[in-house]
Design a protein around this ligand. Sequence first.
Ligand code: ARG
Length: 472
Amino acid sequence: MKPSTIKKKDKKLWAGRFSEATDPLVDIFTNSISFDYRLLPYDLMGSLAHLNMLARQRIIPGPEAKRIRSGLLEIQKEWNQGKLTFPLEDEDVHMFVEKRLRKKIGPIAGKLHTARSRNDQVALDLRLYLRDQIRDLKMELQSLQKTILETAKNQGHLVLPGYTHLQRAQPVILGHHLLAYLEMFSRDQERLSEVFRRVNSLPLGSAALAGTSFPIDRTQVAQALGFSQISPNSMDAVSDRDFVIEFLSAASILMMHYSRMSEELILWSGLEFDFVEISDAFCTGSSIMPQKKNPDVPELIRGKTGRVYGHLLGMLTTMKALPLTYNKDLQEDKEPVFDTVETLLNCTRLLSGLWSNIRFKAEVMEKAAETGYLLATDLADYLVKKGLDFRTAHQVVGTIVAYALERNLELRDLSLATLKTFHSVFKADVNTVLNLASAMSQRNSQGGTAPQQVKKAIREMEMRICSLQFDL
Ligand code: ARG
């Protein structure tokens, strides 16, 4: 079949050398429009900047550029009004825009693709998209940080057990526990800014892979689009997806933090711990057990962590044996990115809502901190302060714990006379050590749980959270 005999309707914009129409299965298999339509506003943004540069460099005449510009702006309007539908045969968002432009202004539309390829175009679109999403994500995360900080300020004084091996270990105050998560989120903010820095590099102007013979001005385009760098190597620029992998990696770490927090919320809301009540608005019921109130939101956040890790692993695997430069495999980068962005934004918003409506059960928490010999280390430290070496002190207190365990007593129930039978250095001042509040205030080392330290840490954290920058 000669090219001219392909039905006009089936003809692709690149089909000059083709004599047969694409197999319908191939259309379905190779299309990306069903998901990359999300890039449309960024594709237009990039095209407008490219167009202005082409006109300024006199690569295309001014009046023609004007017509192309008005066509692009019309498409932008249609997008904003939600008027567009995306037929599968249009292949991808770039072809869609070109075809639509051609419908509006005729063959002159073809001039827009001068000195450009879909290879540098798609890299540009994805970078523009990610820049926006990282900004949004950082802002949503900031509001979660603020919500948790509020809880730390208002209820930070409550005492609860700190755990190691999920066994009660030493008492801490809630503010200290919450600040641990806020530290993780501060690092997440930093990571996202780092990723942003590397996303923020202009690939356009690399053309298909080797640059172009037209006198383009990449600096102009970079300035118009707000890029702080220009990719130095055209071959790298069209085939590099490190920025995607870095984003997915920062996202995976953030999800891991959300998941750990969710796990604690799930544990704490169960009757075994019973430290918190998650509001009804963030739980669901059982279709058979009328008494149930399930922490579905934190469970699902924990669950969704798996899919974000999956996207990271998937992308690393997609990239691992790709020869330079562009390969169609790279089209597989979009769905993982879109899904990760959506998952992260949802999880962040949900956690903010959940934390604004959480209720802590102060008495249960304190009771838990008072049961299970959580002050044993304090007792050993007391002996060390009286002159024993730590190993001996540990041994002595170990025997005291065994003695108390056998009699179902707590350390504070033991009289001074009893304690003296274990070591003569015990004095009346041992009382102050076996008291929760004073034990807590003694852990006054830098970064410790003493209320004084925690208050200071909250103040510092507040400064850090409020000074986060989003005009990256
Ligand atoms: N839809 C393609 C992608 O997402 C756009 C780039 C196509 N380039 C090409 N040479 N076929 O990667």
